[in-house]
Design a protein around this ligand. Structure first.
Ligand code: MG
Length: 213
């Protein structure tokens, strides 16, 4: 059966952490060009905190909530705040222990809605939202493909969104002060968000599920 449950979400978070950790230096280097150079460290810290919280929680809703709050309490930086809000918002959207494709799209929509309570950034502002918004839309648009197919579509949309930030002028955070000088450098938050969805597209067991059907 094609479903996402707490065990699988925990595995996804571990995969995201490993993928982001492998590229942490790249994200910090990008951040150094337009910000303070700490994004690689910040995103690894936030995901590591979320992953650690998953070990002790029971049930998908409680687990996502614990992951989110642990990520938020990890640091006062915007990365931890936004990743934490994302996970807590997903928790708010959980209606069952085993989510089908439509319910997966729904928790990601709830996650994005909660991120938007923390930031006014929208597509085109050169932030992680440039990857997260199109990825969330792609999940919703591809429910008919099943969860693995949805993550593949979301990964492609997130990667395209992240790549588009290279040509944008930053309007949020420290990067905003650099104005036009941010053109030519992709946003590190959008890049790491795309990296997370790419990890999920690789690791969600699509093949196994299509055989079971
Ligand atoms: Mg930074």
């Amino acid at each position: 059966m094609d479903c996402l449950n707490s065990e699988r979400f925990k595995a996804l978070m571990d995969d995201a952490l490993a993928a982001v950790r492998a590229r942490a230096e790249e994200f910090s280097t990008l951040d150094a060009a337009i910000g303070d150079g700490d994004h690689g460290t910040a995103i690894v810290k936030a995901l590591a905190a979320a992953s650690a919280a998953a070990d002790s929680a029971t049930g998908l809703k409680a687990m996502l909530n614990d992951m989110g709050f642990r990520a938020m309490s990890e640091s006062s930086g915007s990365t931890s705040t936004l990743i934490g809000a994302w996970l807590v918002g997903m928790s708010d959207g959980v209606q069952a222990e085993e989510l089908d494709a439509a319910q997966v799209a729904a928790i990601f929509a709830a996650g994005l809605a909660n991120v938007r309570r923390q930031t006014k950034a929208k597509v085109g502002d050169k932030t992680m939202l440039d990857a997260l918004i199109p990825a969330t839309d792609a999940l919703q648009a591809h429910v008919d493909l099943g969860i693995g197919g949805m993550f593949s579509a979301a990964a492609d949309a997130a990667a395209a969104g992240a790549a588009s930030t290279e040509q944008l002028v930053a309007r949020f955070g420290r990067a905003r002060n650099l104005g036009e000088r941010t053109i030519g450098h992709a946003d590190p938050g959008a890049m790491s968000m795309a990296c997370i969805f790419q990890a999920w597209a690789r690791s969600f067991p699509t093949a196994t599920h299509s055989k079971e059907r």
